[in-house]
Design a protein around this ligand. Sequence first.
Ligand SMILES: [Zn+2]
Length: 576
Amino acid sequence: MDVKTHKYTGTQKLVYTNNSPDTLTRLYYHLYFNAFQPGSMMDVRSRSIADPDRRVKDRISKLTPDEIGMLEPTSLSQDQNPLKYKIEGTILEVDLATPILPHTSTTLNMVFKGQVPVQIRRSGRDNKEGIDYSMSQWYPKLSEYDAQGWHPNPYIGREFYGVWGDFDVSITIDADYVVAASGILQNPNEIGYGYEAPGTKVKRNKKEITYHFIAEQVHDFMWAADPDYVHKIVQVPNGPKIHYFYVEDSITEKTWPQLMEISPKMVTFMNQQFGEYAYSDFMVIQGGDGGMEYPMSTLIVGRGSLNGLIGVTIHEMFHSWYQGALATNESLYPWMDEGFTSYASALTQQFLHGTERPLEGRVNRYIKLTQGEDQEPLTTHSDHYSTNGAYGTAAYSMGALVPYQLAYIMGEEKFHQAFRDYYYSWQFRHPTPDDFIKVMEKNSGMVLDWFFLDWIGSTKLLDYAIGKVTEDNEQLNIELTNINQRPMPVEVLVTYKNGDLERYYIPLRLMRGDKIFTDGVKTVQLEDWPWTNPTYSFEIKAKISDVEKIEIDPDRGMVDIDYSNNIWSSTSSSNE
Ligand SMILES: [Zn+2]
């Protein structure tokens, strides 16, 4: 790495194993830095989309030749045979000299050169918080081949998908630079900068130093460098060692130590509730632009408020579960990454700060989206949503409402057991939606395809309402209506004037199973509701004058777009 010209060169030896039953004749690599050039797909997309990301806008189009990003091979060979290749924007297309047969390996040797762009998004140099280098997506990265084929997605600014591997990375840089990375440093006593064993005298009299990192079972490798980074470490009891890299100033000297202080409590909850973090170390690194997840590490904005700093750290660290260890194809299924991450983050915030209804903001954002024209189904490819707004609400909010609604359908305890089961049983295996659904079905004993087909595969809405409430012969007849198309199991809470509570539970016939309630409220299970029927009636033994209130889904677990028609109360006779 040349810190004066911001250019770098590298050699890459890649041993690639074809675990598929298919013979491969071509390969694709990502050359992400080429996105930061005027006229790139990322640039044009940002200048033509209706609601551009404020951080990008037309900034790429204005980069000068020494500010652009660049990444290209200067030579590439397969088992000593030179290969033909072609660069198309951010993708390198390679014709193999020898096909890779199923269950065989090949070795690819590449020499490459690059230039670090001025930071536009995520990676780059000299960002607005003054961090010199945020080096994510910086090397030629092999594209993933899976049961669906190759995934050479051009980089236009959203999600990632990569190949599992053991990374052995050496970075040679000016000796004044502190380097933080997605891996475990192998030569800490040579480097110092907080990596060394306590009490070690570190001699760094050379002009350049070489950091040697190893990261096992990861699908990407990021690093960052700044001469002013401080490096502090907190060991979570029975958990990972967390490294913090940031530049001290009047803000960070107050906020980062508080983040460190809360970390053991925070990470212990995350481990217990969502399954244990899969690696030994985690690196929280000031990167100066939002927050972005990488294996074993994150680059985050460093100078925000304390709550912002804690919030972004929780969110990015949870990606270690859903993007790091599970590594679903985020481009195709962002709800399984951004969504699950957002859900787990909300529950952790609730644990730390006592937030009531921690997913309420997500519900409101979803409802707002349904009221406009922009909504697209969650099966849309992340890059292909017509607006950033529709993508954001779909991936993060509708995605977070997947576990939220499953907890409603299955019961909270059962859901969390299933969610941990999913995490442990699919680690390092790139699960798809079907894999997730099967784990949920196995743990709940329910059939759940109907929920995913409507919530993920369509934009159907849910609106249940209380219809007529009539009294006949000391019996109350309660009529419920399914106004919209999306069905759910229904819970009706009756509050009597004497303070008694009674829950009436109506499973959806499609579920072929029932939720078990554990909250102590007296629960009466009724006949299943067939989804074809717009109305459903049931009787309770009571007089109208005994009842204070009848309410569908009082805990708001089924994401009803209109709760105003969910309540019948004795004071408003409009429903009679
Ligand atoms: Zn995220």
